[in-house]
Design a binder for this molecule. Structure first.
Ligand SMILES: [Zn+2]
Length: 434
């Protein structure tokens, strides 16, 4: 099932549409945003210089810092009378990043989210359990509107209250689950208390997961724990919220809704484009945004893209799951490591769960990496020989796969602190010592 025929149109058609929309966006920001006009004047660029999609390289980047510097509404290009919704990032460090939507922006958001739900096989017959937080965070309402657009029955459960959520899922017969992957796993842990045949109480067939970086292992675990198809949704509030890209039934890679979002992959150090298939920082230019159009927004997310055709029939290019963040990349003894790569190694190991914590520290001048991992329930912690074997095999796998020397500490099940929303996996003590 494909929601909109543009998703499977010839690439030339999509690219023509992108170019005309890019030109409109550039004209718009040049005319209406002093911040961009100033940048254009500084570098001697005129909107007319954008004649092909490749010319996008001439345009300046936009960063989160730029949004913060214009807090709260400084980069909006419409009067507040035309803004119908405000969302913002959590703003754990300083002021939040504020975004606005016009009526037309809301329609685009509903449209791309309807595509997401359709990819997961959602129709008017389905009951969608939405466990994403409602509020300033875009997750809850973004999911809500998309499910509504396809005509499904939506249960706006919001986040938290695990036992209650499970009860509602059972009693209402939810068929589609929309939550963060870590919360889905937490829900499964609680549901399993009902006994080994706990799945008989639920009717779930697919899930739409996002809002945090996820390894292949974690996806498989969520998919297995709930007996469902795993669909990954990607997005960020600065661009629109969830709904920039989503994985279909035929591939783990995420189709980007290119008629609304132009994507580039750059080397985060040089800003230069990297060849197709190579990993780098994802840069997005929304092509139809009215309230807050941004040029070449640097997401800080590391991924790669491919234009190879997909078996589902969609022609829109695909990106891989986010591998990490430019700012949470750990440098251990000169080696670049993303936490998701460590998670991948853990997911392939015997006797352990995906509840872990990575602790980076210094010993003298040397970087030291310690990884605490909860063993699975069937492992007897008193069996010293077995524990030693598990530990050694993980350390060896980390060394051979990632070239890092780490100390693994196995801990008892459920002894690492759980977080309901986004999991805090990394503690970098080197940063706080500076
Ligand atoms: Zn596909």
């Amino acid at each position: 099932m494909i929601w909109n025929k543009i998703e499977s149109s010839p690439r030339e058609t999509i690219e023509q549409l992108q170019l005309s929309r890019l030109k409109d966006t550039v004209q718009r920001v040049y005319a209406l945003t002093p911040f961009y006009r100033h940048k254009f004047e500084q570098t001697g660029i005129k909107p007319e210089d954008i004649a092909s999609l490749k010319d996008i390289k001439k345009l300046p980047f936009t960063t989160k810092k730029d949004l913060r510097a214009h807090y709260p509404f400084g980069l909006f290009t419409v009067p507040m009378s035309e803004v119908v919704r405000i969302h913002s990032s959590s703003g754990t460090t300083g002021k939040p990043t504020v975004v606005g939507y016009t009526r037309s922006d809301m329609e685009v958001w509903d449209e791309v989210m309807a595509r997401v739900f359709t990819m997961a096989g959602t129709t008017a017959e389905d009951i969608v359990h939405n466990g994403y937080g409602y509020g300033l965070f875009t997750g809850g309402l973004g999911m809500h509107n998309g499910a509504q657009k396809v005509g499904a029955t939506i249960v706006p459960a919001s986040s938290g209250f695990t036992e209650r959520q499970l009860m509602l899922m059972k009693d209402f017969g939810a068929t589609i689950l929309a939550v963060t992957p870590s919360f889905a796993l937490h829900m499964a842990e609680v549901a399993k208390k009902a006994g080994p045949d706990y799945l008989k109480d639920y009717k779930l067939k697919a899930g739409i997961f996002g809002a945090e970086p996820t390894s292949k292992g974690l996806k498989e675990e969520v998919s297995k724990a709930w007996g469902i198809d795993y669909h990954e949704v990607y997005g960020l509030s600065e661009i629109i919220g969830p709904g920039v890209a989503c994985s279909c039934k035929k591939s783990d890679l995420l189709h980007v809704f290119e008629d609304h979002f132009f994507v580039e992959i750059i080397d985060p150090a040089t800003g230069e484009e990297v060849p197709e298939g190579q990993r780098g920082e994802l840069v997005i230019t929304p092509l139809t945004k009215q309230a807050l159009p941004l040029l070449r927004y640097r997401t800080g997310d590391i991924t790669s893209i491919t234009k190879e055709p997909c078996r589902c029939g969609r022609t829109m290019l695909r990106m891989e799951s986010i591998v990490g963040r430019t700012d949470d990349m750990l440098i251990i003894g000169g080696v670049n490591v993303y936490p998701s790569q460590i998670e991948h190694v853990i997911s392939n190991a015997y006797g352990v769960t995906l509840n872990y914590q990575i602790i980076a520290d210094k010993k003298g001048y040397l970087d030291k990496l310690e990884i605490h991992i909860e063993v699975s329930d069937e492992i007897v912690c008193d069996n010293v020989a077995q524990m030693e074997n598990i530990k050694k095999s993980i350390q060896a796998a980390l060394l051979s796969n990632l070239y890092i020397n780490a100390t693994v500490r196995l801990v008892e099940p459920r002894s690492i602190e759980r977080s309901m929303g986004k999991a805090v996996r990394i503690i970098d003590k080197r940063k706080s010592d500076e």
